[in-house]
Design a protein around this ligand. Structure first.
Ligand SMILES: [Zn+2]
Length: 282
């Protein structure tokens, strides 16, 4: 059964399959003891969690906007055997919606880790790298792009040059400093926290709002602001961001959308971060 898009006023939000992977549960819940987090999220006997990497397609009245791009089709057999569990079928899913890769107007990268930026450059039929969305402007925070250019030792593990080389030479990149309105319904805001240049995406139309906090809020089980990931580069900033944006967007009765959550596409939060409504993944 096809998933029903989440409608925010005049905009539709669809989720596309960017490839599932398995990550260590301890790393996903950082400082939280397993005896506590295992009650909130299903865990396998090897302590891994099954997570998706599902980009959001936002259809506004005038634009097709993709938020992040999944794992892509460039993983080596070894990488696939280590963590990937399903294929990147983003383009065929777009085709189902009647959208070609040339029809994507904007690609917003919340940040440039491989699980978010892996699909912006793909292997074409001839086996060569090509820009996946050749007509799209790719929006990245300036700070994030600086770190892609000269990553620290830790970031070298997640900013893979293979995801950017072709984009740098043949893609259209627009760097954002802070916040920017991309169209009347969609804007980005710099957050930091997970990475230095991480950004959020806000969708608002006809008095309704959704916010995509990217890896600041990876799954519904991370609603407690203190539940940060070992993958967060600046965990104290993540905690501060969650407190700030949860309060701000809760006031607007916003949907909080997810990229990594295999169970829930979006949720609403009430007092004390209680989940008051959820949009399930089918
Ligand atoms: Zn991620």
């Amino acid at each position: 059964m096809a998933e029903i898009p989440l409608c925010i006023g005049d905009c539709e939000i669809h989720w596309l399959s960017g490839g599932d992977f398995r990550l260590d549960g301890g790393a996903m819940f950082g400082p939280v003891p397993k005896t506590i987090w295992q009650n909130k999220f299903p865990v396998a006997v090897d302590n891994t969690l099954s997570l998706c990497n599902d980009p959001l397609l936002i259809r506004t009245p005038s634009l097709n906007i993709l938020v992040d791009s999944g794992l892509g089709n460039k993983l080596t057999p070894k990488q696939q055997s280590v963590f990937a569990t399903t294929e990147w079928i983003l383009l065929s899913q777009l085709a189902h919606l009647g959208i070609s890769r040339q029809d994507i107007d904007l690609v917003i990268l919340t940040h440039c880790d491989f699980d978010h930026a892996g699909g912006v450059v793909m292997l074409g039929e001839d086996g060569r790298e090509e820009v996946t969305f050749p007509d799209a402007i790719h929006m990245v925070q300036e700070r994030e792009w600086q770190d892609v250019a000269s990553p620290c030792r830790r970031a070298q593990e997640s900013y893979w040059p293979i995801n950017f080389n072709e984009l740098k030479s043949n893609g259209r990149i627009q760097l954002v400093h802070g916040g920017r309105e991309l169209c009347p319904e969609v804007r980005v805001r710099h957050t930091g926290g997970h990475t230095r240049g991480h950004q959020l995406v806000e969708i608002s139309s006809q008095g309704e709002t959704a916010v995509h906090l990217g890896d600041l809020f990876p799954t519904h089980a991370h609603a407690n602001p203190l539940w940060v990931m070992a993958y967060d580069n600046f965990p104290l900033e993540v905690i501060a961001c969650k407190q700030r944006y949860f309060a701000e967007y809760r006031q607007r009765d916003a949907w909080f959308t997810f990229y990594h959550d295999p169970l829930v596409r979006a949720c609403k939060l009430g007092d004390k971060e209680m989940i008051t409504d959820r949009w399930p993944r089918l």
